[in-house]
Ligand binder design. Structure first.
Ligand code: C2E
Ligand code: MG
Ligand code: MG
Ligand code: MG
Length: 276
């Protein structure tokens, strides 16, 4: 009986768990090779002023040109990279790519713009992150505040004091912190005013549900932002109607397919050249 139970357990392990483990191990190797072979490319989605449609900067969003799978979107590998711990290395790899891009655009165009880069909240557990960003600013001669950071709401809670110290370190370089997907996480309103966050990004799900006359949640987020003196970006604006509704509010900035999808650097540069 014990034998058959044992066999049964092995069977379960073989069919599902092992497959998953092998899959994760293959992905881990692929990500490692991908970084070495420069398969990860940042795309740039414009962030624009709601009131006049002017592009103020871009959010950098990674795409993976996988040798066999073709173009792979972040939702298919960011979680795995978080689980394996590779996200730390991948984020630094992409921050460097963004810094290079900014320095190239800075020398080609005289206009001021901001690039925001998404990073894992895991970076907010060591002051090494501040040194890394400081180095990028020095090496690539980045203008104050030209490289900024996006982080999702849920991750910062654990180590508030250290997170605060890290954000203040970044702030001294002019790096502003954007709180991403706001409203979907654990909404730690209690610490929101304790951390030097500069911008809230209202999650797309709220923008999807915008109505002509009644938007209690978006109104609440906007009034919260106002009292904390934060700027606001509305994510995932897809229709003119949504934009028109936002124009009636205090929301400063927007982003979404209505204006542009994430663009390759060469296409984003055209917008910098003619618009900002
Ligand atoms: P996010 O930071 O909230 O980025 C917004 C996502 O919404 C992006 O998906 C963007 O392409 C998409 N989006 C923008 N406007 C619209 C719209 O109008 N309609 C729709 N349907 N979607 C829109 P993407 O590029 O697939 O990225 C997904 C998530 O992956 C990001 O969410 C971010 O959390 C993460 N991510 C992306 N790039 C990086 C990176 O370089 N490092 C890290 N750590 N995470 C990243
Ligand atoms: Mg983001
Ligand atoms: Mg978001
Ligand atoms: Mg997101």
């Amino acid at each position: 009986e014990a034998k058959s139970l044992g066999r049964g357990q092995v069977q379960i392990f073989n069919d599902s768990m092992q497959k998953k483990m092998v899959g994760a191990a293959v992905l881990e190797t692929d990500i490692q090779n991908g970084m070495r072979n420069n398969e990860f490319e940042l795309y740039y989605q414009p962030i624009f002023e709601i009131k006049n449609n002017k592009v103020k900067g871009f959010e950098a969003l990674v795409r993976w040109h996988h040798p066999e799978k073709g173009l792979v979107l972040p939702n298919n590998f960011i979680t795995a990279a978080e689980d394996s711990g590779q996200i730390l290395q991948l984020d630094l790899h992409l921050l460097k790519q963004a810094a290079k891009q900014i320095s190239q655009w800075q020398s080609e165009y005289k206009t001021h713009f901001t690039i925001t880069v998404n990073v894992s909240s895991r970076h907010f557990s060591s002051l090494d992150f501040v040194s890394f960003i400081k180095n990028l600013y020095q090496i690539y001669k980045l203008k104050t505040g030209s490289l900024c950071i996006e982080i999702t709401e849920s991750g910062l809670i654990e180590n508030l004091a250290l997170a605060k110290e890290i954000i203040e370190g970044l702030q001294s370089l002019g790096v502003r912190l954007y709180l991403d997907d706001f409203g979907t996480g654990y909404s730690a309103l209690g610490y929101l005013h304790q951390l030097p966050i500069h911008v809230l990004k209202i999650d797309k799900s709220f923008i999807d549900n915008l109505q002509n006359d009644n938007n209690p949640l978006v109104d609440a987020i906007l009034s919260l932002a106002k009292s904390l003196k934060l700027e606001v970006v509305a994510e995932g604006i897809e229709t003119q109607e949504q934009l028109d509704i936002l124009k009636q509010t205090s929301c400063n900035y927007g982003q979404g397919y209505l204006k542009a999808k994430p663009l390759r650097a060469l296409d984003a540069a055209i917008l910098i050249g003619k618009n900002i």
